[in-house]
Design a protein around this ligand. Structure first.
Ligand code: CAA
Length: 263
């Protein structure tokens, strides 16, 4: 359950329906070691299966969302050890099976794997001064948790190539301007309160509609336009089979607040 004690993360419920995961390895700027990722996977799965959680907020500290994969853990790896344990593959589980919306609130460093983790979220919010980047090239390696793919889809090849080849950072303000972040905020307090507010808004809607909305938007990243539009239409049709569609449209006609079935 959500009260599970973890070593490297904290799980709380700051608002009804909102599960918050706070990365909490301050001495290493939330470097994403395998034990931390294992805890994060566990917490996300618990929140996914918790009937009381409707939206998930993932954050770090004011100073660091996460400064990357754990360099000290990676340093001694060999090709065969990385290959045979499929190092980093467990990161793909983080969001692949997550049907509930995930909001990342990023302040401070979001570097390497930290940037990649933020890019896995459904909605990314950050401070204007957040420090994003894929500095792996400086370590003699490359992004390994989807950065070259997700960043390139988010900001285009020209900018992604420059960032990944130079290892140069970009700010939260740039992240918003380039469409990586949905919004950027002047300060940390504002980031956290607005992230919570958005999570709460989403948690107030029909769960079945929210899950469907996330599913169809994510499909746009994998499908061509024709197939994507067709997929969307099928899911749209399917929602006419949900009670919440009846509840929502009836409430509109009666000028009342919808009381969702699947809350
Ligand atoms: N892994 C392990 N430890 C890390 C770490 C990381 N990614 N990032 C920071 N730390 C540790 C530091 O080693 C230091 O520990 P000690 O006190 O024991 O020395 C502690 O966190 C504090 O860090 P700094 O003293 O360096 O703090 P700073 O404020 O001077 O600098 C920083 C902050 C610019 C973020 C700097 O820590 C830094 O450059 N970190 C590494 C960033 C990086 O290269 N990330 C990419 C990792 S590779 C990757 O992620 C692969 C992938 O694609 C999955």
């Amino acid at each position: 359950g959500t009260n599970q004690q973890y070593e490297f993360i904290q799980v709380t419920e700051p608002r009804p329906g909102v599960g918050q995961i706070t990365l909490n390895r301050p001495k290493a700027l939330n470097a994403l070691s395998t034990p931390l990722i294992t805890e994060l996977n566990h917490a996300l799965q618990s929140l996914q299966s918790s009937p009381t959680t409707s939206a998930i907020l993932l954050t770090g500290s004011e100073k660091a969302f996460a400064a990357g994969a754990d360099i000290k853990e990676m340093a001694p790896l060999t090709f065969s050890s990385a290959y045979t344990q499929s190092f980093i593959e467990s990161w793909s589980n983080l969001t692949q099976t997550l049907k509930k919306p995930l909001i990342a609130a990023v302040s401070g460093h979001a570097l390497g794997g930290g940037c990649e983790l933020a890019l896995m979220a459904d909605i990314l919010y950050c401070t204007k001064t957040a420090n994003f980047g894929q500095p792996e090239i400086k370590l003699g390696t490359i992004p390994g948790a989807g950065g070259s793919q997700r960043l390139t889809r988010a900001i285009g090849k020209a900018k992604a190539m420059e960032l990944i080849l130079t290892g140069k950072s970009f700010s939260g303000e740039e992240a918003e301007r380039w469409g990586v972040a949905a919004r950027s905020f002047a300060g940390y307090e504002e980031l956290m309160s607005e992230s919570l507010r958005t999570a709460e808004v989403i948690a107030g809607y029909s769960k079945v509609a929210v899950q469907a909305a996330k599913e169809v938007v994510n499909k746009s990243q994998d499908l061509g336009l024709r197939d994507g539009v067709e997929f969307e239409r099928r899911v749209f049709h399917a929602l006419f089979g949900s009670e919440d569609q009846k509840i929502g449209m009836r409430a509109f006609a009666e000028k009342k607040k919808a009381e969702w079935k699947h809350q």
